[in-house]
Design a protein around this ligand. Structure first.
Ligand code: ADP
Ligand code: MG
Length: 283
C-alpha cells in the first residue's frame, strides 16, 4: 500500500543569525497510510512542530523528503489546526468555516451545504451567525475543526489543538473530533500532543520522539476498535493503562534529557547560548 504521507531520512537544522546551529530533526522516517490517525508525542522542544510545519510546506527540510500523496488536485493538500485560536475575529462562525472553500472558489450552494454539515457535526449549528468573541475557547476550537474538515484536505495536521482547553472541555473535544473524523473515510491525520492519554485515546499509531534532535524512538499500535465512542470508558480499560504506561516508560528518559538540555542552555553551558537580553543597551 502506498503511504498517504511519507517522510524519508528527514533532517532539519536551524541556523540563527549569530551562527548558532540547532539540529531540530534527525533521520525521521514515517509512513502514514490513507485513513490512519497518527499521534506524535515527545518532550518539549524536540521538533514536533517543526515536523508538522515541514509536512504543511511551511518549512523546508535541510535534507531528506516529506511527501503527501495528492489524489484531488482541486482540493487543498492539508488543513492545520493549532493550539492558538486562529479564527478571524471579524468573521462570523459560518464565514470562518467557509473560508477555505471560498478561497478556492467553491460555488455557494456546495459551500453552504458543507459548512452547515460540519457546523452541525461540531454542535455549532445554532451559532453560525455568532462572532468568535461571543464564543468560549472550546467553541472557537470547534470552529477551527469545522473549518479544517470543511475544506476537505488530503490530510489534517493538528499541533496540540486542545492543549489550552480545560480538562473537561478537552475530553468533549476529543470525542467530537473522533466522531467527525470516524464519520469520514480515508482522511489521514497527524496530531501532535504532549499528552500520552490523548495520544492513546485518539490514535491508531503513536509515534514517540526523542529529545532534540528529534528522532523516532518507538512506534506503538493502538488496538482499540472504532468508533471509540465514550472515551472515559476506554480510559477505564486495563489495556489503556498498560499502553500509556509503556509509552511513558520510554518517554520519561527523553523528558529528562530535554530538561537537562534546557538547564545547560540556561546556564550557558554545552547546551547552547545563555539566556539574557538580546537587545543592545541604549546609550
Ligand atoms: N525558526 C526557527 N529558528 C531557529 N530555531 C528554531 C526555529 N523553529 C524551531 N526552532 C528550534 O528547533 C527546536 C524544535 O522546535 P519545535 O519544533 O517548536 O519543538 P516542539 O514543537 O517539539 O516543542 C527547538 O529547539 C526550537 O528552539
Ligand atoms: Mg510545538
Amino acid at each position: 500500500m502506498t503511504a498517504k504521507i511519507a517522510v524519508h531520512d528527514l533532517h532539519k537544522v536551524f541556523e540563527s543569525g549569530t551562527g548558532q546551529v540547532v539540529a531540530a530533526l534527525e533521520a525521521i522516517d514515517l509512513s502514514v497510510p490513507a485513513g490512519q490517525f497518527m499521534c506524535i508525542v515527545g518532550p518539549s522542544g524536540c521538533g514536533k512542530s517543526t515536523l508538522l510545519r515541514i509536512l504543511a510546506g511551511l518549512e523546508h527540510p535541510s535534507s531528506g523528503q516529506a511527501r503527501i500523496e495528492v489524489t484531488r488536485p482541486d482540493r487543498p493538500v492539508n488543513a492545520m489546526v493549532f493550539q492558538e485560536q486562529s479564527t478571524f475575529p471579524w468573521m462570523t462562525v459560518r464565514q470562518n468555516t467557509a473560508f477555505g472553500l471560498e478561497m478556492r472558489g467553491v460555488d455557494r450552494r456546495t459551500r453552504d451545504e458543507r459548512v452547515a454539515y460540519y457546523l452541525e457535526k461540531v454542535g455549532l449549528a445554532d451559532f453560525a451567525n455568532a462572532y468568535p468573541y461571543q464564543l468560549s475557547g472550546g467553541m472557537r476550537q470547534r470552529v477551527c475543526l469545522a473549518r479544517a474538515f470543511a475544506s476537505e484536505p488530503e490530510v489534517l495536521l493538528m499541533d496540540e489543538p486542545f492543549a489550552s482547553l480545560d480538562e473537561q472541555t478537552r475530553i468533549l473535544m476529543q470525542e467530537e473530533l473522533l466522531r467527525v473524523w470516524e464519520g469520514e473515510h480515508g482522511r489521514s491525520v497527524v496530531f501532535i500532543t504532549h499528552s500520552i492519554d490523548e495520544a492513546v485515546l485518539l490514535a491508531d499509531v503513536v509515534v514517540l520522539m526523542t529529545a532534540r534532535p528529534g528522532r523516532v524512538k518507538a512506534t506503538f499500535a493502538v488496538p482499540f476498535p472504532r468508533p471509540r465512542g465514550n472515551l472515559a470508558e476506554l480510559k477505564a480499560q486495563p489495556e489503556f493503562g498498560r499502553l500509556t504506561y509503556r509509552v511513558w516508560e520510554l518517554l520519561r528518559d527523553e523528558v529528562l534529557s530535554a530538561q537537562a538540555q534546557d538547564m545547560a542552555r540556561r546556564a550557558g553551558g554545552a547546551g547552547g547560548e545563555p539566556e539574557g537580553p538580546r537587545w543592545a543597551p541604549t546609550p
